[in-house]
Design a protein around this ligand. Structure first.
Ligand code: LP5
Ligand code: MN
Length: 239
């Protein structure tokens, strides 16, 4: 049996090919798995569980169907959908996990996370993250009308794109020391994360590994853990 991990699908109404590819994945590869872990940025942006976007309902129905077939689904928030709440998770039949989770899988100790917290060289982002993770600010944001929330989110996205264009690729990658610190604190030998959109399996000192998921821009990306090991799969939408 296998356990599957995905991240950075970035679903949105403007990208129907990605939605179709993800729905196909849920009906095929995911059904053959023991469990599915979504490690953040399932959606391009999330402004509240009360958003009536039909895409959200379509995805909830598909995830729920997977759960009904006996394949549990778990979710860790990303930097785009950190406001996804219990109401939507319940509609999907998926379990919300903390930002970082350690698990024992096929004899391996594995730590999973979205990956943004590892980008410690990006101090502007870490400051931004600390701000928007304040509970009081989130509550204030969620109490605003949907149209205003959409405008704020659009503004944040535009700011982010502008800020990113002035950052080097190095700054936006994980910090090697931050990775080793998480592995040391958790005792894990395998780390699985997304966020950086740089799919790879890196060998680390001490026979440890860092498996990075790709973003679902033009194809699907998933990491599979079985008794045989950790494998990165990249596949066409519909494949
Ligand atoms: O997302 P991506 O890939 O473009 O870039 C990320 C980092 N950017 C972000 C911002 C998101 O894209 C926007 C998310 C919108 C969420 C909508 C809900 C809003 C809820 C508000 C709740 C209170 O995550 C980017 C990283 C990059 O990954 C690589 O790691 O570099 O970081 C940034 O762009 C942040 C800038 O560097 C700093 C921006 C400073 C703006 C300060 C405004 C603070 C206002 C907070 C209060 C509302
Ligand atoms: Mn991300």
């Amino acid at each position: 049996m296998s356990t599957l991990f995905v991240a950075d699908i970035h679903l949105c109404a403007q990208e129907p090919a990605i939605t179709a590819g993800f729905l196909h994945f849920l009906r095929t590869r995911a059904r053959a798995a023991q469990a599915l872990y979504i490690l953040g940025d399932l959606f391009e942006v999330w402004i509240g569980d009360d958003d009536p976007n039909p895409l959200h309902h379509e995805i909830a129905v598909a995830l729920r169907a997977l759960g009904q077939r006996g394949i549990p689904c778990y979710f860790i928030h990303g930097n785009r959908d950190f406001l996804l709440g219990q109401r939507y998770a319940s509609a999907c039949g998926m379990t919300l996990l903390p930002a970082q989770q350690v698990m024992q899988l096929d004899g391996l100790r594995v730590v999973i996370l979205h990956g943004d917290t590892l980008c410690t060289d990006d101090s502007d982002y870490q400051r931004f993250r600390r701000r928007v993770h304040q509970r009081w600010l989130q509550r204030l944001f969620l109490s605003q009308p949907l149209r205003l929330r959409l405008r704020i989110a659009d503004r944040m996205r535009a700011n982010s794109l502008h800020a990113n264009s002035g950052k080097t690729a190095d700054i936006m990658d994980v910090n090697a020391q931050a990775v080793m610190t998480v592995l040391a604190h958790t005792g894990a030998t395998v780390m699985i994360h997304g966020h950086t959109h740089r799919p790879a399996i890196h060998e680390l000192p001490g026979e440890r590994r860092r498996a990075v998921l790709g973003a679902w821009h033009l194809q699907g990306s998933a990491i599979e853990v079985t008794a045989k090991g950790v494998t990165l799969h990249e596949f066409p939408f519909g494949g």
